[in-house]
Write a new protein. Structure first.
Length: 276
């Protein structure tokens, strides 16, 4: 007597796997729909914290807005969502009729951040991998961005669940890697670049932050020469950043010019990408 093949629909494990695949498909479709009117999605990423990734994200976004672009910034750094503070924006997102969230705007940039949903600014977010994954997915699905020329995505640093979730879920056009001149920062930057390459996403270029007499200079160019990547420029460490009343590109001619140069080279790299 021949045994009938098992029906996957009657197998609990198979059913659970099928349902999980359906949920993932629906999530990806919802995220794609939410971002379908965004022309360029740029991840700003670093291999370690403390190299000024969020400062670069904010000033890059505002610099693009100052150049006449429609810009949003998405802060998915779950552990340290500092974009809200850096952008000096404290009013919460509004809720649309379909229950999705409309990001508030400041300095010409639409802002969405996990920081809006903390009860206290100094509250520690102690989440395991699945909770981080779900939070990032929910934020990506529920935000109404409208038409944007650029969406700057401030990722969590490192190579763990947070950045991995964003890279696998969000169809980014490429990454800007932020490093500092020190040797350890350079090593971690290479790790982050290798992670991106493993996932087959483009690295648009490297920015060297905190460049100058105190920490030195040249690490960004060294990385780019070794890994054959575009070098987008040096951002100097100077006292103009002490004025925290607004993003420094709006208060310092030196910083404004440095970011203008970065934006110019970034746009050149984006133009090289094949159009879909």
């Amino acid at each position: 007597m021949t045994q009938k093949p098992n029906n996957p629909a009657q197998n609990p494990q198979a059913r659970a796997k099928i349902e999980s695949m359906k949920r993932q498909f629906e999530q990806r479709r919802a995220i794609s729909s939410a971002l379908e009117s965004v022309k360029n999605k740029i991840g700003v990423y670093s291999g370690k914290g403390g190299v000024g990734k969020t400062t670069v994200s904010v000033n890059l976004a505002v610099s693009l807005a100052e150049a006449g672009k429609s810009v949003g910034i998405l802060d998915v750094d779950i552990d340290c969502p500092n974009v809200v503070r850096a952008m000096k924006i404290f009013e919460p997102p509004e809720m649309a009729e379909d229950k999705r969230l409309i990001p508030p705007s400041r300095f010409g940039v639409s802002v969405m951040s996990m920081g809006f949903f903390q009860e206290k600014e100094d509250e520690a977010i102690i989440w395991r991998g699945p909770m981080v994954h779900n939070a990032i997915n929910q934020l990506l699905q529920s935000t109404v961005w409208g038409e944007l020329d650029f969406l700057i995505v401030d990722l969590p640093p490192g190579t763990s669940d947070g950045p991995l979730t964003v890279m696998q879920t969000l169809d980014l056009d490429g990454f800007v890697i932020v490093t500092a001149p020190q040797e350890l920062a350079m090593i971690d930057a290479k790790r982050s670049i290798n992670m991106i390459k493993t996932l087959k996403v483009d690295v648009l270029g490297v920015v060297e932050n905190f460049s100058g007499e105190i920490f030195g200079t040249g690490a960004g160019e060294e990385i780019c020469n070794e890994l054959e990547l575009p070098f987008l420029g040096k951002l100097s460490l100077n006292s103009d950043y002490r004025d925290e009343s607004k993003p420094t590109v709006l208060t310092s001619d030196i910083v404004r010019d440095e970011y203008k140069a970065v934006v110019s080279l970034l746009e050149i790299e984006l133009e090289k990408k094949p159009t879909s």
